[in-house]
Design a protein around this ligand. Structure first.
Ligand SMILES: Nc1ncnc2c1ncn2[C@@H]1O[C@H](COP(=O)(O)OP(=O)(O)OP(=O)(O)O)[C@@H](O)[C@H]1O
Ligand SMILES: [Mg+2]
Length: 236
């Protein structure tokens, strides 16, 4: 199906402190695949993901101008923003305040239950993700007992559950060593075949033509599509 899952037309986002990370930016994403978003620190990658996830302006206040649609819904409308959160999952950049429950299994199980209750077909379930991300040893642990790398795996597992139509992953490789990064990347390679993944990542040297479908760079508040060739990416 060739309809746009994400449309941004002349979108500007200005936070209450006057920071304006997105300025008259445009983006159209359709189908499935992995879209990599790169850009300097503070360029607005997290802001872009928060906007698509329906968290701006409801959780993170900002003034927004322009036309936005996510799966045909308007994230600037409160009821639409609530529905977007059902079809779009976000793995946040920070592991602080990222969890609702005390134990690992509660965090994953409650998310899976929520998706099932709302009719999301579970293609990649809790047991698969626990196995693939090697979380089984920690399933009964308190989340506060986990190391940074395992908190990151848990955040990724929770976002990939289902998965819903769009999965947003904000710096998914931070806190991960080389081997864990490869494990996460191979999981994303499989999931991108039936889901749209939008990944904001500093460590984009892990991404190549083989595992990325499109690359955008945030430059002065605008999204600029990049050539996907890895060597060129390294230079930009
Ligand atoms: N809630 C907020 N209130 C005010 N300013 C904010 C808020 N969140 C982000 N900013 C500012 O907006 C700009 C973009 O931040 P954002 O976190 O989107 O960038 P980023 O590209 O994700 O950075 P990084 O690579 O460091 O994660 C920065 O100048 C930041 O200070
Ligand atoms: Mg960020």
């Amino acid at each position: 199906m060739d309809y746009n899952k994400v449309i941004l037309e002349n979108v500007t986002v200005e936070y209450g402190n006057g920071r304006t990370p997105l300025r008259n930016t445009n983006l159209r994403l359709n189908g499935n695949g992995l879209v990599l978003v790169i850009g300097d620190t503070g360029s607005g990658k997290t802001t872009l993901l928060r906007l698509i996830a329906g968290l701006i302006p409801w959780i993170h206040y900002a003034r927004v101008e322009g036309f936005i649609r996510v799966l045909g819904l308007n994230p600037l409308n409160y009821n639409d923003a609530r529905r977007i959160r059902l079809y779009v999952s976000l793995a946040p950049q920070s592991t602080n305040y990222a969890f609702t429950y005390t134990r690992v299994y509660e965090e994953l199980y409650s998310r899976q239950q929520f998706l099932e209750e709302h009719g999301v077909r579970i293609k990649v379930g809790l047991e698969d993700l626990v196995r693939l991300l090697e979380l089984s040893k920690y399933i009964d642990y308190k989340i506060s007992w986990l190391s940074g790398g395992y908190k990151r795996r848990l955040i990724i597992a929770r976002a990939l559950l289902g998965p819903p139509s769009i999965v947003l992953l904000d710096e998914p490789l931070s806190d991960l060593d080389m081997e864990s990064s490869k494990t996460v990347l191979s999981l994303l390679e499989d999931i991108r075949r039936h889901t749209l993944l939008v990944v904001a990542e500093h460590r984009y040297s892990f991404f190549t033509n083989n595992n990325v479908d499109h690359v955008y760079k945030l430059v002065n508040g605008e999204l600029v599509e990049q050539d996907m060739v890895y060597e060129e990416l390294r230079l930009c």
